[in-house]
Design a binder for this molecule. Structure first.
Ligand SMILES: [Zn+2]
Length: 81
């Protein structure tokens, strides 16, 4: 479990991702422009690859890892096949 208030976010390639992180939650912008919510708590949506969160706009799926030392979040995307 991580408290991620004020963290910044990047994608897997290191590109900055607009986000609003508070408590255990983070909202970030999908590539389609819609906001996506992830919850950094065990077994909640977006917690890990087995519990992804889904964009309500395009269906893209994501999960988030937190680096508590660097105060950064990495937004991992799951390719749609
Ligand atoms: Zn989307």
């Amino acid at each position: 479990m991580a408290t991620v208030s004020g963290f910044s976010a990047q994608d897997e390639k290191g590109n900055a991702v607009n986000c609003d992180a508070h408590g255990n939650n983070v909202a970030f912008q999908c590539n389609c422009g819609r906001p996506v919510l992830a919850v950094i708590l065990a077994n909640q949506k977006g917690y890990d690859i087995s519990h992804p969160t889904e964009c309500p706009g395009c269906g893209a799926r994501y999960w988030v890892t937190a680096n508590t030392v660097g105060r950064t979040l990495t937004i991992h995307s799951i390719a749609i096949t």
